[in-house]
Design a protein around this ligand. Structure first.
Ligand code: TRP
Ligand code: ZN
Length: 895
């Protein structure tokens, strides 16, 4: 398949150029005829001119891609070829249109070839049948249409297919008819018709024609409406659907309780498919999911997989209100639905799992992915102002930073105020396609708040720096906190409105009552939200009897870099005593970061010097281990507290990234902890051994996570002993969490027990695609020096398939995230990634562009690595048939 480069394909789209649609579509009637090698799609659009259009005599311009047009008719009269123009991705009809105010119908018949659709956008074929993915611009690959989210229409869909081969025929909405039929060739087939009562943008359209098993259930909403639930999966996998179904019902209840939002549908369906570009898609009433976020069984899915299912099922369900009932005016507003819906799924996760650990994991992800993105060539505001290919903007910034921005609104307005804002948002905008301003305006108006300054969070790229400086005045018994904000590379940036949640610890580690000087005596909570609105502000705390230890940005109240020169002893004190669990974790991470960056800097200048690590760090770690199983302790928290910051996160703090030095430092500190805490770790490892059958409950998962961490540190100190333990755990495990943890650890080592475990795992699970993904991932992310050659070999393995995104993400993106191996000094990692990106680009540009993101930070490395990376990028850029997806990533990286 070839990708054609046209003028339209490299065009830059700008938010500032938005104009309302010239035509609206009231109704769409679609007919799909599934044949062996093609699908014929007949569409009847009820169109009329948009009274809001800026161009009352504009021609009708429809989007289409990879369509074979068989016929066109307006109001039932065939349109001869001279009456329309087929351009690059457009169909233009000018003089054949009826008068200005008149409504008319356009009927088109096109042929499409799902078998050849390797991009997995539009209608495509997977093992069990046909599936669709229309966000962002896949609908135009199904039929001619004004494919933009501010055109909302009512859809009716009829599907015709062979009953044996494709027994399940689904579309959005409600089933309104079905039956047997004989086609023009005398072949007997079946059909089904669906009607969606809600007007929707084309990106929420979906159909499925496949052979699938179904798990049925139902849900009764708070107001007593019955919703039929169904999860469709590959035949034989019904025993892997229960967790997703439970998560769906839990999400439905949660949204009623927390936001007063009920399900508006009679039918809510989830379909799982093994070939899918992303996690899942919120198509109205017919979600389509990557199997990874549906299928789970104790022996096949890890604790993380179970939690991922909870979060993604909730996320897609929550989109039904935030995204579907109220949708985006244009794709620049993507975070309107994604940031808000991620925030909602985070809040759901905090409620059903552990809030502190959930928050810690969110911030880890933000720092490891969004911070680098925001400092690199793909940096963009939460609401981008321009793009070449919208699929490249489904990013950590739009999703994760977008969620942080929504979270700040809740912090500023309080939970009730935030809820009032949500209520007003739905009251005003239900059924509309709106902008981020509309959302913030609802928040402001419901609370009588002025959020003009807050809008800057949507408009500005880059991670702000927050500098803090504390001074204690013994005489005046005051503590003066000076907060200063700035943007890197932009001294003139107008200040943001930053909520800074703070606490002050007294000498015994307990929180002090906080009274700002000038305030009434009585109100003195121990945690307060300071509002930083100027470039620099002072906050004076009164009645402080001794120098306090400041705990800033509690709960990670704003997505900023905090610059606060807190002495090590104070960090250690907070690591032990901070009442805010997030900041207790954060203090430990900061201490570890200082140690690791110090060691990395020393080893870079003097590679032979062995590192000396401070005893105090081991003492603090011991305290965390000891408290994990004590009353009130939390094993999951301990596991997070003892996991060191990732190389990608640490790299952002180095002037010139030295991946080998970072790697060595991290290994060294782990080995030090392993040595110093050996006995404790071994005891804990035994104590945390499974005591009953596997249950995917947060408390049990926390114990398993801590046990794996113990094993990891033991192995760092003593590979022989650790690998022996891991091999035993691998053999004894009755669940994937324990088995996978052991396998991942063994895979770092070039030893017989590792080879045996990998072979056994493969033999046992070769028919389970998601388990094979894990097998690929542990090898791709291995610390072994020969990992690249292993990965190269695996690209030729019969279980690897460049056409399957999950396989690509496991093996290739996994390798791209393997910091020390991908950034090998000889450039072999870069060359490999460029080759693979190019090969994949001819198959699936969306996924290829995600692979190319591995190069984002190339300029931050030394001259030698930079030269290799530049060469790899230039090789990509020099390719004449590069997709617009990859060309945007590569162009920005080189630009
Ligand atoms: N809207 C989806 C979500 O976040 C994301 C998504 C699914 C997507 N499939 C996609 C985005 C394909 C771009 C392309 O829930
Ligand atoms: Zn989403």
């Amino acid at each position: 398949m070839t990708t054609h480069k046209t003028d339209a394909s490299t065009r830059i789209h700008r938010l500032a150029d938005y104009t309302p649609p010239d035509f609206l579509v009231d109704r769409v009637d679609l007919d799909f005829d599934f044949r062996d090698d093609a699908v014929v799609v007949s569409a009847t659009l009820a169109l009329r001119r948009n009274p809001q259009s800026a161009a009352p005599d504009a021609p009708l311009v429809l989007d289409g891609e990879a369509l074979e047009t068989l016929s066109l008719a307006i109001d039932g009269i065939d349109l001869p070829p001279e009456r329309y123009t087929l351009g690059a991705g457009t169909l233009v009809i000018d003089d054949a249109l009826p008068g200005a105010a008149a409504a008319f119908t356009l009927r088109s018949v096109v042929r499409i070839r799902p078998d050849q659709n390797t991009q997995l956008s539009g209608l495509y074929r997977s093992a069990d049948g046909y599936f669709t993915q229309c966000e962002a611009q896949g609908f135009r690959r199904i039929t001619w249409f004004p494919d933009r989210p501010d055109v909302m229409a009512r859809f009716t869909v009829t599907l015709h297919a062979d009953r044996e081969r494709l027994p399940v025929l689904l579309a959005n909405g409600n089933p309104v008819g079905s039956g047997e039929e004989t086609d023009a060739f005398g072949v007997s087939r079946h059909w089904a018709r669906w009607e969606d009562p809600f007007p929707k943008p084309s990106y929420l359209f979906a159909v499925v024609a496949a052979k699938l098993d179904v798990l049925r259930d139902h849900f009764v909403t708070a107001s007593g409406r019955r919703v039929e639930l169904a999860i469709y999966v590959e035949p034989g996998k019904l025993d892997q659907c229960d967790h997703a179904m439970a998560a769906l019902k839990q999400s439905m209840r949660w949204d009623e309780e927390r936001f007063g939002l009920e399900c508006d549908l009679d039918h809510y369906m989830i379909v799982a498919v093994g070939d899918f570009n992303m996690g899942a898609m919120e198509n109205k009433g017919l979600n389509i999911f990557n199997t990874k976020y549906v299928l789970a069984r104790a022996d096949l899915a890890t604790d993380l997989d179970y939690e991922g299912i909870d979060r993604v099922v909730a996320h897609e369900y929550f989109h039904n209100w935030t995204g579907n009932r109220v949708t985006c005016r244009d794709w620049f507003q993507l975070s309107l639905k994604e940031g808000l819906t991620v925030f909602r799924d985070q809040e759901f996760g905090a409620d059903v799992h552990q809030p502190a650990v959930s928050r810690i994991r969110e911030v880890r992800i933000l720092r490891a992915t969004q911070y680098p993105e925001d400092a690199g060539p793909m940096r963009h505001p939460v609401r981008p102002s321009e793009y070449q290919e919208i699929n490249n903007f489904y990013t950590a910034t739009v999703y994760q930073k977008g969620a942080e921005v929504v979270r700040m609104l809740q912090t500023l307005l309080g939970r009730e105020g935030f809820r009032a804002g949500m209520d007003l948002y739905f009251a005003r905008h239900d059924g509309q396609a709106v902008t981020c301003e509309d959302f913030v305006a609802a928040m402001a108006d419901a609370n009588g708040a002025d959020l003009k300054q807050f809008m800057r969070w949507y408009e500005r790229a880059g991670t702000p720096r927050l500098k803090a400086c504390g001074e204690y005045d013994a005489q005046a018994r005051r503590y003066v906190l000076t907060l200063t904000q700035s943007m890197p590379d932009d001294a003139a940036a107008e200040p943001l409105c930053i909520p800074v949640v703070v606490g002050l610890l007294g000498p015994d580690g307990a929180d002090l009552p906080l009274r700002l000087s000038g305030e009434e005596k009585h109100e003195a909570p121990t945690t307060r939200t300071l509002l930083l609105k100027e470039s620099s502000q002072q906050f004076v705390f009164a009645d402080i009897d001794a120098p306090p230890v400041a705990s800033l940005l509690r709960g990670f109240s704003a997505p900023v870099h905090l610059d606060f020169a807190q002495p090590d002893v104070e960090l250690a004190q907070r690591m032990a005593h901070d009442s805010d669990p997030f900041n207790r974790w954060e203090a430990g991470q900061q201490l570890a970061t200082r140690l690791l960056l110090g060691a990395a800097a020393r080893s870079a200048s003097e590679p032979t010097v062995a590192d000396e690590w401070p005893d105090s760090f081991a003492v603090a770690a011991a305290r965390i281990l000891d408290s994990a199983l004590a009353p009130g302790g939390d094993p999951a928290f301990a596991a997070e507290a003892l996991a060191l910051p990732s190389e990608a996160t640490l790299a952002e703090e180095m002037a010139v990234v030295d991946p080998d030095a970072l790697f060595t430092a991290r290994m060294g500190l782990r080995a030090f902890l392993g040595q110093r805490l050996r006995e404790r770790l071994e005891t804990l490892y035994e104590k945390l051994a499974p005591s009953g059958p596997y249950r995917p409950l947060p408390a049990d998962a926390g114990r398993r996570a801590l046990r794996s961490l113990c094993l990891d540190l033991i192995t760092a100190a003593d590979p022989d002993a650790g690998c022996a333990l891991a091999a035993r755990q691998f053999a004894a495990a009755d669940n994937m969490s324990d088995q996978y943890a052991a396998l991942a650890l063994l895979a770092h080592h070039d030893r017989p027990e590792a080879a045996a475990a990998l072979a056994e795992f493969h033999a046992r699970w070769q028919k389970e695609a998601l388990a094979i993904d894990k097998w690929l991932l542990v090898q791709a992310t291995s610390r072994r020096p020969d990992t690249l050659s292993v990965v190269r070999r695996l690209t030729k393995h019969r279980d690897f398939d460049l056409r399957n995104p999950n396989k690509v993400y496991s093996l290739l993106r996994g390798f791209g995230a393997n910091h020390v191996r991908f950034h090998a000094a000889d450039g072999t990692g870069y060359r490999f990634m460029a080759e693979q990106t190019l090969a994949l680009d001819a198959i699936n540009p969306q996924v290829a562009a995600r692979l190319a993101r591995a190069f984002d930070r190339w300029r931050r490395f030394d001259a030698g690595r930079q030269a290799h990376a530049r060469q790899a990028l230039e090789r990509l850029a020099g390719n004449a048939s590069l997709s617009r997806d990859v060309s945007e990533i590569v162009g920005r990286a080189l630009g």
